[in-house]
Design a binder for this molecule. Structure first.
Ligand code: 4NP
Length: 165
């Protein structure tokens, strides 16, 4: 579903404090750098409600900051059924979150619901591993995977926009 020629992207993980806000902040920065922020809207949400209203995990904020991305303006929210009417691409960080989203998916959703890493070229992983209970290396891996998938996703969205024009 396109909305006035624009594309809306929602990144989804479990808590919306580590992986999906990292994708949100990083992809938003890439979209802005390409001056596509008037055509592509970016948001993120969690399938769980535990951290609603909270800023991203400080470990995610720090790791992203070291690579030049700001996350500290983001606040966690939970995925809502209405999100399926609002977003064209709903991209899950892992299979568990994808299964939860599939269970919520309305029959008339015409957008793309899938794994974010399906857009990453050159990686064998198809899930972004949950870094919450691990060490700093997990947060670096999250960034590596998200950077790669963001490249592929942005290329796809540019193709979509050109096809629409
Ligand atoms: P996220 O990571 O899904 O990438 O935001 C997690 C954050 C919190 C928890 C689990 C994963 N938690 O158990 O509270």
């Amino acid at each position: 579903m396109t909305n006035l020629g624009n594309i809306r992207v929602l990144f989804v993980c479990l808590g919306n404090i580590c992986r999906s806000p990292t994708a949100h902040g990083l992809f938003e920065a890439r979209v802005r750098a390409r001056q596509l922020d008037d055509r592509i809207a970016v948001d993120s949400a969690g399938t769980a409600a535990w951290h609603v209203g909270c800023p991203p995990d400080p470990r995610s904020v720090e790791a992203a900051y070291e690579r030049g991305y700001a996350l500290d303006h983001l606040r966690a929210r939970q995925v809502q059924p209405e999100d399926f009417a609002q977003f064209d691409y709903i991209l899950a960080m892992d299979l568990e979150n994808l299964a939860n989203l599939e269970a919520m998916r309305p029959a008339d959703f015409a957008g793309h619901l899938g794994l974010f890493l399906s857009f990453a070229e050159g990686f064998e992983e198809f899930e972004v591993p949950d870094p919450y209970h691990g060490g700093p290396q997990g947060f670096e891996q999250v960034l590596d995977l998200i950077e790669a998938a963001s490249e592929g996703l942005l290329a796809q969205l540019v193709r979509d926009l050109n096809a629409d024009d």
